[in-house]
Design a protein around this ligand. Structure first.
Ligand code: FA5
Length: 339
């Protein structure tokens, strides 16, 4: 029996030493120590051993089991370490290689101008209000003093969903929504997308505006002029001058167009300002008494001013974009210029 034990130990250690994979070692563990393994087989032969010898032989078999188990575990640990070394070598990372460049997008010039304007108006205390793009005829037109069949509707033909529901033609309905839901003092800007049945190099069927509205006691045209001068200087530079020209909007009275002196030629006259030295940038005016009344605000107590800026137009001027359709062409070369 003792000989059997030492023979089994020798063959087991040889097999473990020559094994090259964890799978082979696991098979060996089953063949040697498993239920029907060789070591368990030895125990079954104990009945043939002299009773006086049994404790000693039993101890030898246990020692054999421990030696085989230790040898198996050591070999498995050795193989695992080798595998790890191999993997670390093959997966070596060269941190000196140049990194792959991530493609970074750019903000559209419309977003750039929008952010700049929002920033400037916020600085003057304007809060943001955003109205819906699908609007009621009543709010887009009628409450703004543009009744059905008013000739001013020709300038803002749009896309009708039903007879009374349409895609808003300007951000001015934002004025109505604010005035009917909030008491003065009011100081808001309404940025957003608007729609018209237009399509040429300077007019798009979809474009962006920012509306401004201030309603309080004693608001005058001077407040309008002062605030907008401040904002336009932020956008076009400190050197520009502004001027107010009489205009007409049904929802403001008096109404004005605001021009800035040409920031390209300093007012001497060039291609950009078509030789006039001035560039028209926005429409504005004192809120019409009728509009205040339509929105439940007493025009004998409160007055207000409002203005509407076309973002595409400002961005075209600022970034020399020759055709409004370039904003919507999805040509990556166009947008890359604004990084
Ligand atoms: C209005 O939309 C008025 N709601 C502005 C206003 C608000 C006046 C408050 C007074 C008080 P107008 O139709 O002029 O006004 O448009 C304003 C600006 O939007 C224009 O100066 C122009 O820059 C831009 N715009 C108008 N139509 C288009 C178009 N189809 N594509 C691109 N920009 C346009």
């Amino acid at each position: 029996m003792k000989e059997k034990i030492s023979n089994l130990l020798e063959t087991a250690i040889n097999s473990i030493n020559s094994a090259e994979s964890i799978d082979v070692l696991n098979d060996l563990r089953v063949a040697l120590l498993g239920k029907s393994g060789s070591v368990t087989g030895l125990l079954k032969g104990m009945k043939d051993v002299e009773p006086s010898e049994r404790p000693k032989v039993g101890q030898m078999v246990n020692e054999l089991r421990v030696k085989i188990e230790t040898a198996l575990n050591e070999k498995i640990a050795f193989i695992k370490e080798k595998d790890l070394e191999k993997r670390l070598l093959s997966e070596k990372i060269d941190i000196t290689l140049p990194a792959k460049r991530k493609k970074v997008g750019a903000l559209s010039p419309i977003t750039l101008v929008k952010n700049e304007l929002i920033d400037a108006f916020s600085g003057l205390g304007f809060e943001i209000f955003e109205g819906p793009e699908i609007e009621l005829d009543e709010i887009n037109f009628q409450k703004l003093n543009i009744p059905k069949d008013h000739p001013a509707r020709d300038m803002q033909d749009t896309f009708y969903i039903t007879e009374n529901i349409l895609l808003r033609t300007h951000t001015s309905p934002g004025q109505v929504r604010v005035m009917t839901s909030k008491n003065p003092p009011i100081k808001v800007m309404c940025p957003g997308r608007v729609y018209r049945s237009d399509d040429d190099a300077t007019h798009s069927p979809i474009f962006h505006q920012i509306e401004g509205l201030v309603v309080d006691k004693n608001i005058s045209l001077c407040d309008l002029k002062g605030s907008l001068e401040e904002i336009l200087k932020r956008i076009f530079g400190d050197k520009i001058k502004t001027r107010l020209r009489p205009s007409y909007f049904p929802f403001t009275e008096p109404s004005v167009e605001i021009d800035v002196s040409c920031f390209e030629c300093g007012g001497k006259g060039c291609k950009l300002c078509k030789g006039t030295g001035w560039i028209e940038v926005l429409g504005a005016g004192m809120v019409n008494r009728k509009v205040l009344e339509n929105c439940g605000i007493d025009p004998d107590v409160y007055t207000g001013y409002a203005f509407g800026i076309g973002l595409e137009r400002i961005a075209m001027l600022k970034y020399h974009v020759p055709d409004i359709r370039m904003y919507f062409d999805s040509d990556i070369r166009f947008i890359k210029q604004f990084k």
